[in-house]
Design a binder for this molecule. Sequence first.
Ligand code: ZN
Ligand code: ZN
Length: 317
Amino acid sequence: MRSIGLMLCQWADSDYHVEGADVVRAKADRVDWKRCIPFIILHLGCLAVIWVGFSWTALLVAAFLYAVRMFAVTAFYHRYLSHRSYRTSRVMQFLFAVLGNSSCQRGPIWWASVHRHHHKHSDEKADPHSPRMHGFLWSHIGWLTSEKNFPTDYSRVPDLAKFPELVFLNRFDQIVPLAYGALIWLGGWLMERFAPGLGTNGPQLFVWGFFISTVVLLHATFFINSLAHVLGSKRFETDDDSRNNFALALLTLGEGWHNNHHRFAHAARQGFYWWEIDISYYLLKIMSWFGLIWDLRAVPESVYAEARAQRQTNVRA
Ligand SMILES: [Zn+2]
Ligand SMILES: [Zn+2]
């Protein structure tokens, strides 16, 4: 009974650690099945498609919600919160964090803190998701299930931890995903009632827009931790195994230019040239024209010079 209560507390409050966060973080890697139950439910929920069936409306809504939330993960969780590659207002910062949170990839501060750690220790032993160090499967999904990776290390992100609204979202990181799921169900119910021609309903839209869309979104994001450190080309001689991968860049709205990103992580763009498609950057640029964000950080000329020098070396070789 006590362990069920403990489990519920941990699900509800991501900062709740009986032994203390430092003790948990110091443990060896171990899958924490109880903490992972919501994550497992998310995957099993996709099977409910057998009962709710298919409609073009549900598929299009799922695809649209995938794109919006992928943009939130790449442009807000990653490029803004983790790397501060542009500036914005406090209100927009909060909205960005809420939208990112709807991706079901835990809280904004947790995400940024783990990611900064990844850059600091890329493909070293301390990197929680390095294919070189821990194998492909662990880098893709295993590390997320490990007990030691659950607590947020606020000391790595003092610039974010000073905002109580971000700490609140981070601590109670299930609120936004639950509200997101409820809104989708409501949307489906409203469509069935007021636009039956669309051929969908609450349960169907919920399965497609919440379960399927979110699971595809999760694995596409995780590919950057796993595949983008294994498959693709290497323009810069970085100390890690990061790669540039065109297919992953399309799938993740620009994150596939991962070797570029590891060379200069503070740039708002990850596709460094016009032919390196980076949809998140185009959208960020449009947002800057409307004054929603500003001071987008560019790629320094010295980095472009390095790329040119590397190209000439490759041609000679
Ligand atoms: Zn990486
Ligand atoms: Zn990064």
